[in-house]
Design a protein around this ligand. Sequence first.
Ligand SMILES: O=C(O)CCC(=O)C(=O)O
Ligand SMILES: [Fe+2]
Length: 323
Amino acid sequence: MPGIAHPPFPNDIPTHPLLVVDYALIKAGDVQEIEKLWKAATELGFWYYKAAGRNATDEYGSQDTVEFLNVSKDDALAYPEVIHRTYPSTVRARMESTIKPFVRKSLEVNNTVLSVFEKKLGLPAGVLLKYHALEEPSGSEARCIKNPPKRSVITAAQAAQEKERVALGAHTDFGSLSFLHNRLGGLQVLPPGSDDWQYVRPLPGHAICNVGDALTLFSGGILRSNLHRVVPPPGAQSAYARWSLVFFTRPGDNIHLHALAEESKAVKEVVERMTVEERKRFEPNATAKEWFARRVKNQRINNRTGPETWRASRGMEHKPEVI
Ligand SMILES: O=C(O)CCC(=O)C(=O)O
Ligand SMILES: [Fe+2]
């Protein structure tokens, strides 16, 4: 991305370290790098991707401050044919030159990671890829997010604590894998076993990847869909608009979300150790499309009747009460 100069991410605030995974090594099948990816995906569910080149809200009804522009993978790949919806001229003008290549590259990266997880989970070859087949209609999409700048510079502590300043409320992602590119800080994770939100420092030349609910469901919880949120960039960065670009790989619309215990010994073992309640969580009796539709619908402020609406929007959060 061509650069607008902005202040660096502050050095005086606590951040949560992520493991750095080299995508080129993953693609080449490097055993040590695959171990590192597996550790990241099962412990925090978030990691940095070292790029191959350098070219590269809540229970109370508080409203987010972000603007989204979502482009469906099906529409991008079929363009100019319309599969789901049409887009504004700014999107159409860049569909062939920018969006389609971004969607293709993101799918390639995420599919490589899915193949690694498939092997690690001991699933029959091709099962995860089949669930994310290119030709199947799905909720996979590219998203451009803009969070407008704050009028006054706020401290990191203020940014983290002020509820009304949360740009995008605590959530887990709906799909399988999210591939995130951003330059300003603001992304925070709630690390396992902690009650403190921690910033993830953007690393130049690195993307951030995280596991979503569908992979948690398929893996019986072995892969971790971690809670995260977006707050204004910390320190002097808060005076700038924050842009981020995400690609979400989600299973095909008709895929039934459930723990793949019959296909994987490892998943079977974790499911057998679950309580009856836990087991129910891993059998939501929903297709990927239904899971996605339920979560989106109940997040919309227009559909809100009270705190129960927000609760009905939750996914595989380890602490569904956290906002
Ligand atoms: O902009 C970001 O850093 C993350 C956005 C996000 O979590 C999402 O759109 O699901
Ligand atoms: Fe997210």
